[in-house]
Design a protein around this ligand. Structure first.
Ligand code: AMP
Length: 285
């Protein structure tokens, strides 16, 4: 396994691989502090592709001024050890200056889809995500790039961007990996005390309640949202930011759910930590 820190070196390695007939490259973009959620993407990339590249880059462009960029967990030594076990071929771990050299001034904005849900609270977040993913896709030209359903809006935005800008990569979205308690695994769970981790599991229980109501025939979005809200309200340490029932592709808010794939998205504060989770109804396939 090679750790690459220079964008040019990464591009030339990828170009060389692509010159060999039928060799596929899989890219797993991450911000490091790797956990079982990331590793499920790596495992699938390893299964599907000949060469696996994992990028580790805490992207300043996707953090707001009052967010946790400085304090975001970083542990390249531990991440490298994990990825060695998973037989990854390359880690691409550039510096900020390498990704955004002096004079950088081109940004990708997926309008519309970047506005609701996370976009409403996190100004500029998805512009940062779309820009960094564009750089990675252009530098590496992977056949497949792997993302988690945990960040459902991000996955929708990246898929749209790849279609609109004709990137030659297929986006693969994989299910959310959870703790035994149901809590979606996230690097930000490291900010939670043990007690807060226990409380945070109520978010998933809330989503499960809404799924149950849907299975029993409930079709009013407001009722499904209520099912999530009342469940979460049973944990005084958890404060809802939003609960939203939306079309899983357009992210349009719905009053009634029908046969379309539907996303129920939640953001909630557990203490000072903001967590997101979601579930999909009428999952395709
Ligand atoms: P991050 O390092 O948080 O930017 O995440 C990198 C990738 O891992 C993104 O595509 C996330 O959606 C995905 N991911 C994060 N947590 C999970 C999880 N619990 N299950 C599945 N994928 C995840």
């Amino acid at each position: 396994m090679e750790i690459i820190t220079r964008r040019q070196r990464m591009s030339s390695v990828a170009r060389k691989i692509k010159r060999e007939p039928d060799r596929t490259i899989g890219l797993v973009p991450t911000m490091g502090a790797l956990h079982d959620g990331h590793l499920s993407l790596v495992r699938e990339a390893r299964r599907m592709c000949d060469v696996v590249v994992v990028s580790i880059f805490v992207n300043p462009e996707q953090f707001g001024p009052s967010e946790d960029f400085e304090h975001y967990p970083r542990d390249l030594t531990k991440d490298t050890a994990l990825l060695t076990d998973y037989n990854v071929d390359y880690i691409f771990a550039p510096t900020v200056e390498e990704m955004y050299p002096k004079g950088f001034s081109t940004y990708v904005n997926v309008s519309g889809l970047s506005k609701p849900l996370e976009g409403a609270t996190r100004q500029g977040h998805f512009r940062g995500v779309a820009t960094v993913v564009s750089i990675l896709l252009n530098a590496i030209r992977p056949d497949f790039a792997f993302f988690g359903q945990k960040d459902a809006q991000q996955a929708v935005i990246i898929k749209r961007m790849v279609k609109d800008l004709a990137f030659d990569s297929e986006i693969v979205v994989l299910p959310t990996v959870r703790e035994e308690s149901g809590l979606a695994i996230s690097s930000r769970n490291l900010y939670l005390s043990n007690e807060e981790q226990q409380s945070a599991a109520v978010i998933h229980r809330g989503l499960a309640k809404a799924e149950e109501a849907f299975k029993k025939g409930e079709r009013h979005a407001a009722k499904l949202e209520d099912a999530v809200r009342t469940t979460i309200a049973s944990e005084p340490g958890v404060r809802v930011d939003y609960i939203s029932v939306v079309d899983a592709e357009t992210l349009d808010k719905l009053e009634k759910v029908d046969a379309r794939p539907i996303l129920i998205a939640v953001a909630a504060y557990v203490g000072k930590t903001r967590l997101i989770d979601n579930t999909m109804l009428n999952k395709p396939g």
